[in-house]
Design a binder for this molecule. Structure first.
Ligand SMILES: *Cc1c(COP(=O)(O)O)cnc(C)c1O
Length: 377
């Protein structure tokens, strides 16, 4: 059986990148590796659509998120945290750990925080130092209107910080044009690498705030140290050099396709996935679905956990369960990075077969046909 990974992180890795990862380990303080770092920096700036430096950290995405809190805020300072799911909760958890005063803008899971809600919170809390948001709320499938958030936050002294961990390289995000101050992503979602690297892009406005914050509590994630070394194409600590070399190959693939084509491809796959599952009579969980994953409500009288384990055991198709209290209630099908349209069709096809076996009424091929019609447009 052929395993097919359609989880919203980790995601499959292209063959040329896997081959790079199989090469012998090299020493990292060398002219050759500095060249690699310099090239990676250019690729990252392209992906983030920024001219600001992009810091590479050896950690999962959350390490980048922690850096975006610990460098910016001192205990007792105020932050606005947009919470529309588990990843908004992660921002809240990190802010709490650093003693930050939290103003939460919360919506029920499945909904998106509206720009007007953020504008209201900023008007009530002009002393907020930063706003923490999520591009793709991977726990619910919702996407946020970061461009509108940027317009609002840019008029205030606050920084706009975006967790773009499963959204960057999937959905349109233009860090500089959209006035995002700190943008965080991880290597294992749309950037087509195994887990292990976090990337943090920091605007001039954010650097000023970080430099002024002499009481920040951080050591390993002290972004100023990374920026100083980055100026010489170097790193303050041992970098995950094997991952960095491999990341270059995945980003080369992305660059040769072109970011706008990448966004369009994801939009098309997402449209196909949504058409496929809704044609089966299934409902989407997200009110404003994003293009990186399709989150499906488990229909009544179907055992959501059993369907996922059958998909994996019988067909090698790995979808993700809901997290925390959404476990067994939703299925999450990723279509990002190195997942292609035929894997989406395969997943819909397998879902039809498993649902049929579970006694759910459907005409075989209905979902696949609807998805194909969308792909044929
Ligand atoms: C996957 C994900 C994370 C988690 O990152 P880790 O790499 O597990 O630390 C954070 N935010 C979003 C939106 C994600 O999709």
């Amino acid at each position: 059986m052929k395993p097919r990974l359609l989880t919203p992180g980790p995601t499959p890795v292209p063959e040329e990148t896997l081959l790079e990862l199989a090469k012998p380990v090299t020493f990292h303080r060398s002219a050759e590796f500095r060249q690699t770092l310099a090239e990676l920096q250019e690729d990252l700036k392209y992906v983030f659509q920024t001219t600001s430096p992009v810091i590479t950290l050896t950690s999962s995405g959350t390490g980048g998120m922690e850096a975006a809190v610990s460098n910016v805020l001192t205990p007792g300072q105020k932050a606005i945290v947009c919470v529309a799911g588990r990843w908004g909760e992660r921002w809240r958890g990190i802010c709490k750990a650093f003693g930050v005063e939290i103003v939460a803008v919360e919506v029920p899971y499945g909904k998106a925080v509206e720009p007007s809600q953020l504008a209201d919170a900023l008007a009530k809390h002009p002393d907020a130092v930063a706003v923490y948001t999520t591009l793709s709320e991977t726990s619910t499938g919702v996407g946020h209107d970061i461009r509108a958030f940027g317009e609002i936050v840019a008029k205030t002294p606050a920084l706009l910080v975006v967790d773009a961990i499963s959204g960057l390289g999937v959905m349109e995000l233009r860090m500089d044009d959209w006035k995002v101050d700190i943008c965080v992503t991880g290597s294992q979602k749309a950037l087509m690498l195994p887990p292990g690297l976090a990337y943090v892009a920091v605007s001039d406005k954010a650097w000023k705030c970080i430099e002024a914050n002499t009481a920040s509590r951080t050591f390993y994630f002290d972004l100023k140290k990374y920026r100083a070394k980055l100026a010489e194409s170097d790193t303050p600590y041992t970098p995950a050099n094997t991952l960095i070399k491999a990341q270059r190959l995945s980003l080369k693939r992305l660059r040769s396709e072109g970011l706008e084509s990448v966004w369009a491809r994801h939009a098309k796959m997402a449209a196909a996935a949504r058409a496929g599952v809704t044609a089966l009579g299934l409902e989407l969980f997200a009110e404003k679905p994003n293009n990186g994953l399709t989150v499906i409500k488990v229909p009544a009288n179907v055992d959501g956990n059993a369907v996922l384990s059958k998909l994996e055991k019988k067909f090698g198709i790995k979808l993700a369960n809901g997290q925390d209290n959404l476990k067994g209630k939703i299925w999450r099908m990723a279509h990002m990075g190195y997942i292609d349209q035929f894997e989406v069709l395969a997943a819909i096809s397998a879902l039809e077969l498993v649902l049929l076996e579970s006694g759910y009424k459907l005409e075989p091929g209905t979902g696949v046909a609807a998805a194909q019609r969308e792909l044929a447009k």
